[in-house]
Design a protein around this ligand. Structure first.
Ligand code: SF4
Length: 824
């Protein structure tokens, strides 16, 4: 497969260059329709700056906001933030278009007509809150607190803690997160004894083998990743790391890599096992690490005298290069070259991302990739996979649980598969959507929806609407009308991030802790309210247990109490410059405590002035002391899974799909294979003769799941790679297009077993033959005048299904066909 690499790099460099260059924002803002933005250029022009944290993606970038006459006119990166060090991505620059957006909801609304008719009337805050409190109070009075569902978009930081405390004290296990692709915590990690996601010691590694993680675009914290990449590749004082990108798409990360290995969809797992084969056969694995820190590499015998196969036996029997090459499409030579390079350039890291998570076999693919790290001794070692630093301290009291709350918290979750108790910690959005209309395991009576738009973001939107129809009372907290809010009974619009207080932490991938202070740079423009204040107000109305668990007058009091806990802990510091950071590290490494603030008041003032608290990267990078597994080691053979099967509450994971004839894995007992990394044949919706192409949706930095689609700036640059603006596109390899008789720029119908969509084709040599690529984020049906009716939403083509083991949405597992749109 060939591609004009130079042209592509030129285009993709635009994105990275955007970090730090903001001049065009003013122009784009001026082109908007909002008079308030233009008014900022009149008056005596008194300039001030405020510090805060961007909340437009999970990236956690520190920002500085320039105000003229008290009106925000520009957003820049905060140079003191260790995450972005002054950089900002295009989405970060678009923040003023959130604040000044002409279609913001201006106050609480109550549905007037039938659901979906879009008839609303203003409702006083007090009436809305009392109505919710009455409903929630009645559920508790009926001893059904678990019939309350809180659906959120992976809320983290202080709001994440508040939601969890509220739900626990109320008595519902249904705080369910909708991270649509899950590159953070995986249930797989729970089997290895971890209760949190892990991270990578990028600064000390020499080789990154990335399985479908487009970490320079829309995975991880984008600006931090982009700056890190520059550091790892261009710093003359360190060895240039090597990067191999395995993916079905020539992504931005693939374009920047030393080597791109295109693989067939759903085959990353077997490629990892093929690499393991080479490491074992050639003796390139870390034998001392394997002997000391792992279990199940060799065959082993249990206490009943039964011998079980180890990882080595299964790999050597089943994942020989000829087979792996045939299934993945990667040549044997390339397989061997990459395996040798991975072993020779230690410490090395194998990581995974969207391409792995989006298939029905994601659990075992992740397991195989994690096992590669164990093979080269990178699990829990410097330069390998490490434990992120501990979260910041908290001031929350232990939740006070009455009998109702205790009983409710013990109930099954609303996303529980019907035939198995929840065995692994996970969110299972596909199962939730199936369960709601079936009223299984019980009917949900009240739902809160916060920072997520499931009708747009989940596959088969019509099923999601159907699920919402079965919830009698739905409350949305969105600041903009969207596809999900349309089906709500009440909309209680939140402030935008430039109008409110918050504490942000838990940024995925960071090997250090940053606590970002989000603070209002202007008063709320409309009659909106912080969702945190709504929860605290409800807690006070719902009885003593809740109000004693959340004894805060308002969200600002809670936030200050948390800031005081940060100060009292004596950990970390507020940066004021690079020299400070260096000095702090130097002193603490030599046993000094180096408090910069003796009084909380000074600490609080500096915290507001910089917006950042941090713990030094090098001090809190934790290696893994011991695996909290049954063997106390990393388990190639998971004894925890075996125990779950023994207790009879776990299904065999082996897929029921038609499998290759005479698969070598068939020689092993299914019970053993279930506990070991192995290859599960990926399942796809749609028969290959009728639907000959794979649909490969992908995320872009400008849109993520689609929340950026109502901003002019982002629409203008959405498809910069293909010079596409304000629209979607479908990437097709020139050979595939030629076979279908399709030319560049032609309109086509993409049809899947669940839907169809009309889109323009862009020929792209970086596409794999037989695969069609469509970006997520556009195709809104009810998201304001800029976004609605623009482009297509690939979720309308994707079947709603998930990996049975970890609940991850299999959004790359649908086949499609393409036909030309005939001229009218
Ligand atoms: S990467 Fe995320 S947090 Fe950082 S500026 Fe962009 S949108 Fe904001």
């Amino acid at each position: 497969m060939s591609i004009n690499r130079r042209d592509f790099l030129k285009q993709s460099a635009f994105l990275l260059a955007a970090a730090g260059n903001a001049a065009w924002v003013v122009e784009a803002l001026s082109a908007g329709e909002e008079p308030a933005a233009l008014q900022t250029y009149t008056g005596p022009r008194l300039e001030t700056w405020r510090h805060s944290v961007c909340r437009l993606c999970p990236g956690g970038c520190g920002i500085r906001i320039r105000l003229v006459d008290g009106q925000p006119v520009k957003i820049e990166g905060n140079p003191l933030s260790p995450v972005n060090r002054g950089g900002l991505c295009p989405t970060g620059h678009s923040g003023l278009q959130v604040l000044y957006h002409p279609e913001r909801l201006k106050g609480p609304l109550r549905r007037k007509g039938k659901r979906g008719e879009d008839q609303w009337e203003p409702v006083p805050w007090e009436d809305a809150l009392q109505e919710i409190a009455d409903r929630l109070g009645q559920l508790r009075a009926d001893n059904r607190p678990h019939h309350f569902l809180f659906l959120h978009g992976g809320a983290r930081g202080l709001m994440g803690r508040l939601i969890q405390q509220f739900m626990t004290a109320y008595g519902s296990p249904n705080s369910i997160s909708l991270p649509v692709h899950a590159n953070g915590y995986s249930p797989l990690l729970s089997l290895q004894g971890f209760s949190q996601s892990l991270t990578y010691d990028f600064a000390s590694t020499r080789f990154i083998l990335s399985f479908g993680n487009d970490w320079l675009d829309a995975e991880g914290p984008p600006v931090w990743m982009a700056k890190l990449f520059g550091e790892l590749r261009q710093n003359p004082h360190r060895n240039r790391i090597k990067l191999v990108q395995v993916d079905t798409r020539f992504s931005i990360t693939a374009a920047k890599a030393d080597r791109w290995l295109p693989v067939r969809p759903g085959t990353c797992g077997i490629l990892a096992l093929g690499i393991a084969y080479i490491l074992i056969v050639e003796g390139l694995y870390d034998q001392e690490y394997i002997a000391t820190h792992t279990f199940g590499f060799e065959d082993w015998t249990d206490d009943r005298g039964i011998t079980h196969p180890g990882f080595k036996t299964v790999v050597l029997k089943s994942y020989y290069p000829e087979r792996v090459s045939r299934i993945t499409g990667v040549s044997i030579d390339e397989l061997i070259t990459v395996a040798r390079s991975f072993a020779a350039n230690r410490p090395s890291i194998a990581l995974w991302g969207e391409e792995v998570d989006g298939h029905t076999n994601s659990f075992y693919s992740q397991f195989a990739i994690l096992a590669l790290n164990a093979l080269v001794g990178s699990l829990g070692k410097a330069g390998g996979i490490i434990i992120p630093p501990p979260p910041p301290p908290t001031s929350f009291p232990e939740p006070e649980l009455d009998d109702i709350a205790r009983w409710g918290n013990r109930q099954l979750r609303a996303d529980q598969p019907p035939d198995q108790p929840l065995s692994l910690p996970r969110n299972h959005p596909a199962q939730l959507i199936e369960n709601l209309p079936a009223r299984q395991p019980y009917p949900v009576e009240v739902a809160f929806i916060y920072q997520t738009n499931p009708v747009h973001e989940l596959p088969e939107p019509q099923k999601v609407v159907e699920a919402l129809r079965h919830i009698p009372f739905v409350v949305s907290f969105t600041p903009f009308m969207d596809e999900t809010a349309r089906w709500a009974d009440l909309i209680l619009p939140d402030h935008t991030y430039l109008e409110k207080w918050d504490l942000d932490y838990g940024v995925p991938y960071l090997p250090f802790t940053q606590v970002g202070l989000t603070q209002p740079v202007v008063s709320p423009r409309f009659n909106t309210r912080h969702t945190g204040d709504v929860l605290l107000s409800l807690a006070h109305r719902l009885g003593e247990g809740l109000s004693r668990s959340l004894p805060y007058q308002d969200y600002v009091s809670l936030l200050q109490s948390e800031a005081r806990a940060l100060f009292d802990s004596g950990r970390g510091y507020i940066p004021s410059g690079e020299f400070d950071e260096f000095m702090f590290e130097y002193m603490v490494q030599r046993g000094f405590r180096f408090p910069k603030h003796l009084q909380f008041e000074e600490f609080w003032k500096d915290f507001q002035n910089t917006g950042i608290w941090m713990e030094n990267p090098r001090l809190h990078t934790q290696l893994i002391p011991q695996f909290k597994t049954r063997s106390g080691k990393f388990e190639f053979y998971s004894l925890e899974l075996r125990e779950k099967m023994r207790r009879g509450n776990f299904p065999l994971a082996l897929s029921s799909a038609p499998r290759e004839a005479q698969m070598p894995e068939g020689e092993f007992a299914p019970e053993d294979l279930t506990c070991l990394p192995h290859f599960e044949t990926p399942q796809f919706t749609g028969d290959s003769p009728e639907y000959p192409l794979h649909l490969r949706p992908f995320r872009v930095l400008t849109l993520f799941e689609g929340e950026g689609a109502n901003r002019l700036l982002l629409l203008e640059m959405v498809g910069f790679r293909h010079q596409v603006r304000w629209d979607s596109w479908a990437e097709l390899h020139p050979e595939t297009a030629a076979e279908l008789g399709i030319r560049d720029g032609e309109w086509v119908w993409i049809e899947s077993p669940v839907g169809k969509a009309r889109v323009r084709v862009r020929l792209f040599a970086g596409a794999m033959p037989g695969v069609v690529y469509v970006p997520f984020g556009l195709g809104h049906e009810h998201y304001g005048k800029y976004a609605t009716g623009r482009g297509i939403n690939p979720n309308q083509l994707i079947a709603l299904k998930a990996d049975v083991m970890n609940g991850h949405l299999a959004d790359k597992a649908t086949r499609v066909r393409i036909r030309k749109v005939q001229p009218a």
